[in-house]
Design a protein around this ligand. Sequence first.
Ligand SMILES: [Zn+2]
Length: 423
Amino acid sequence: MQLRYNYRVYPTSGQREALGRAFGCARVVFNDALRARQEAWELGLPYICDGDLSKQVITEAKATPQRAWLGEVSAVVLQQALADLNVAYRNFFASLSGKRKGRKVAAPRFRSRKDNRQAIRFTANARFRVLDNGRLRLPKIGDLAVRWSRALPAAPSSVTVVMDAAGRYFASFVVQAADEPLPPADAEVGIDLGLTHFTVLSDGTKVAAPRFLRKAARKLRRLQQALSRKQRGSNNRKKAVVTVAKAHARVADTRRDWQHKLSTEIIRDNQAVYVEDLCVTGLARTRLAKSVHDAGWSQFVAMLEYKAARYGRTFAKIHRFAPTSQRCSVCGRLDGPKPLNVRSWTCPCGAVHDRDVNAATNVLAAGRAESLNACGAQVRPAPVPAPRREAGIRPHAAPCSTRSTEAIPVLQGGENVNATGTP
Ligand SMILES: [Zn+2]
């Protein structure tokens, strides 16, 4: 399984400048290529194939005075920017034709200097190296200081250098990690995700929702207000933007750490894990939006999924139309919908149910049934947590709607167009 390992890196000011140049060049190549394909499409010309595009926006562009500076960065970085665009296009077309399941994928959009995340990728071809002194050597950037919070399990196949909105730099290595099946466990568990409790397990365990964002809300509000008082375009405003981004980054980091611990614990203790497949995007458009985003269920479920694959556990999502909170887990009777404030109820069969534990028990039962149908095999293929944000895919805002797909690719310029095209 391919896994990502992230480490904080601390570039010197010279290296930051070189990285900035590389981010810029990768962005220009990406945008030039996107523009070329869009123009070809508007003129009714055939789709420019990957090889021709590479020649046009890298090899030939380098020979022109306007793009001569592309030669200052590693060619691999530029090729990888194009590879991102090609993946984004393939996903978009597959989504249009219905070959790709799940939420709709929008057409690739232009990258901007103002994007919250700037990234470049080096593959093995680029000959990046982790040196004996612990520094990361990147071609035409230099030897970067890395904080090795843990050891890499194997030689990485690529490294992505990321700068986030808080101005922090990270090296994200893709490593082919061997599966590490854990000794078999006896227990199986169904999980009910909720707002009052983050998770309720079918064995009765309730984990309170930590509500990181809510707790940090007052501080965030204060920082946001301070930011809004700063004059547009001023240096103080730029500083305030970074301060706000840092505060948000801290919330996200804390939440992720906490979820890692919980998901590892659940996977270690159970041989099979079943979760209700929530329509998070649907819920996030309701009054509960802030709480839903704060909970970060999707991230948590994704963690369960890949850890299950890695540690040899069964994992499945249960279809969300199964009315888990209405059905008595003892006799199977459907007792009709119950308002959210009903925390426990008594079934006519005599069973007294805690609402959430009952739901989790039903998830477990549904999960077991589904696994049996699949002859004990894993119900869904395990995903790889690695690429995802690399491809420049931005899903449509309303994935839960049943809007029909447009037959013609609509290429949107978006508001992020980098009009000048200079880094
Ligand atoms: Zn009953």
